[in-house]
Design a protein around this ligand. Structure first.
Ligand code: SF4
Length: 207
């Protein structure tokens, strides 16, 4: 049993908040500004969670499961790779038409010290990967990664995601303070990798 908010609803759809740990510390991260998303507190009282804890909470929103589910919270979901995999298996086994998306910083392979993507085939439909910047220097300033060679690892993850046939989107947050994110260069990086591109305007205190 867990009293953490592992499942929350945003705009009528289900999101899963697996952890508050992250290998980045992005300056624009929503968690720097607020504790909740549409009234749900995102800070977990414990990181000791199981897939059953998540599934129990998911079942309370059974009517919304078919609308699609996104793993995205105040932390990097691939840090809880085993739980992610078990929950995604549960969803695909019981609701096979449910679209599953994982929002990630793309560090999953270095975090887990193995190639995690092949294990997620048929469990995850889409990865949305935070590109954040057109080069590693700006990435390091904006995202303050705690792992070595984070920018290149993220790019490698995106390339592999495309190669394995996952729908892949690479995203940036623009308009944060005076940061010089070059949108067209970022879009080109995504295109060259074969990914879609998403530019999300920074909204102070918002989503
Ligand atoms: S990678 Fe995502 S969760 Fe982690 S600090 Fe950046 S925005 Fe926040």
């Amino acid at each position: 049993m867990s009293d953490n908010n592992l499942v929350y609803i945003l705009d009528g759809k289900i999101y899963i908040n697996l952890t508050n740990a992250c290998t980045n510390d992005c300056k624009f991260c929503l968690r720097q500004q607020k504790d909740d998303v549409q009234g749900t507190n995102m800070w977990l009282s414990s990181e000791k969670i199981s897939s059953n804890d998540v599934i129990e909470q998911l079942k309370k929103h059974e009517d919304k499961i078919s609308k699609g589910i996104t793993f995205c919270g105040y932390g990097e979901p691939t840090i809880k790779f085993d739980v992610l995999k078990e929950v995604a298996s549960f969803i695909k086994n019981n609701y096979p038409n449910t679209y599953i998306k994982v929002n990630t910083n793309g560090h999953g392979n270095i975090i887990n010290k193995k190639d995690i993507l092949p294990e997620l085939k048929r469990l995850v439909d889409e990865f949305s990967i935070s590109l954040n910047a057109q080069n590693k220097e700006l990435y390091n300033v904006l995202s303050q990664p705690k792992v070595n060679d984070a920018y290149n690892e993220m790019l490698k993850f995106a390339k592999e995601s495309v190669a394995l046939g996952f729908k892949t989107t690479m995203s940036v947050v623009s308009g944060f303070e005076n940061c010089d994110v070059n949108i067209s260069e970022c879009e080109n990086i995504a295109k060259n990798i074969g990914a879609d591109f998403r530019n999300r305007e920074f909204i102070p205190n918002g989503y």
